[in-house]
Design a protein around this ligand. Sequence first.
Ligand code: NAD
Ligand code: DAU
Length: 361
Amino acid sequence: MRKLKNIMVTGGSGFVGTNFIRYIFDKTDFDGIIVNVDKLTYAGNPHNLIDIEKKFGTKRYFFKKVDICDYKNINKIFKQYNVDTIVHFAAESHVDRSIFGPRDFIETNIIGTFNLLELTREFWAGKEDVLFHHISTDEVYGSLGKNGYFSETTPYNPNSPYSASKASSDHLVRAYFQTYGIPVTLSNCSNNYGPYQFPEKLIPLMMLNMLEEKPLPVYGDGKNIRDWLFVDDHISAVWTILNKGKAGETYNIGGENEWENIKLVNVLCEKMALLTGKEKDYYKKLIEFVKDRPGHDRRYAINCDKIKNEIGWKQSVSFDEGLERTVQWYLINKLWAANIKNGSYRKWIDVNYNKRNISLQ
Ligand code: NAD
Ligand code: DAU
């Protein structure tokens, strides 16, 4: 078991990063510090961690509003907190946005990752008790036909600017291990769902549209397949890798839980109907088939035997339970979604973070 002390989490105010930080403080015996480095793009919302900041701030939790492309400020943070572990979530993460505007994806996902790697080269040369963990996606492997699974040895074949930028960053991370001996691990995970997911992604978008009785846009014929994993199971896998993963290795993470989009949307309609007191098929009438996403990968499916057999991780939340918890969370936290939809979360960030120039504290 590795001893983790000073962890730099990048992108900790986004969906998976938020859940990761909450998990570490709530569910593990970690007793070190976490520095959350986040640029606060449209997808970053530090209010997600306001209770953590109140409870652990000034002693064990620190927030820095910094772009991972900003070498000078990241360098300062690295020195100030004597970082020994990086958990690198920060990314532009939405495929549709990458189709309409790929530049930010290239900058953050490739140049940003390169920057962080350069810092490890400067600060970690010859050190052994350090680790760079890179969070990646199953999308780097491209698209599957009806059969087969992605494994850690599947050749890369990305199809969107998003997945191409993530593939690029994966290659850089691996190259820094081979060339400079920086201890790195990588994980490639399937589709996550759960609390705090930005409502541009399929599951929260559909739920919030149902609540407003708006159309539920299903791309193409709705038969594209994704493998769904409850976000806490992704986090527990990352935690297992941080503690027990072998340097230089990649671990695939998945739910072994494949769903055609249209079937998933139907199930979600039923769950929402049950939990909002409507009749079973009430929301299904809102489903609309719309123009397909360009380059839309047909099927993703993960073989995650390696992480299970070599370092002892497994999923613990069934799809039924995970969906129920997710729907309940969005129903209880209607204000969270409303603040995103009406833009007031940006005003809150402006007052509480931008004006305080948090990066210089
Ligand atoms: P997200 O879009 O919800 O959050 C991304 C976070 O990164 C935001 O807080 C944003 O402000 C921050 N960020 C963006 N650019 C930055 C920059 N230049 N500098 C500093 N911070 C920046 O994304 P997510 O869904 O939480 O995904 C997190 C990571 O997990 C990504 O690397 C993504 O590729 C990977 N991943 C996500 C899923 C999924 O289903 N969500 C699945 C597999 C892998
Ligand atoms: O596989 C892991 C990836 O999962 C992550 O790397 C990405 O960061 C994450 O965004 C997610 O990518 P997807 O493109 O699979 O997720 P999204 O929620 O955008 O779409 C899921 C499926 O639903 C996909 O087949 C497209 C479809 N879809 C999506 C939206 C937003 C629709 O049919 N209608 C929609 O409105």
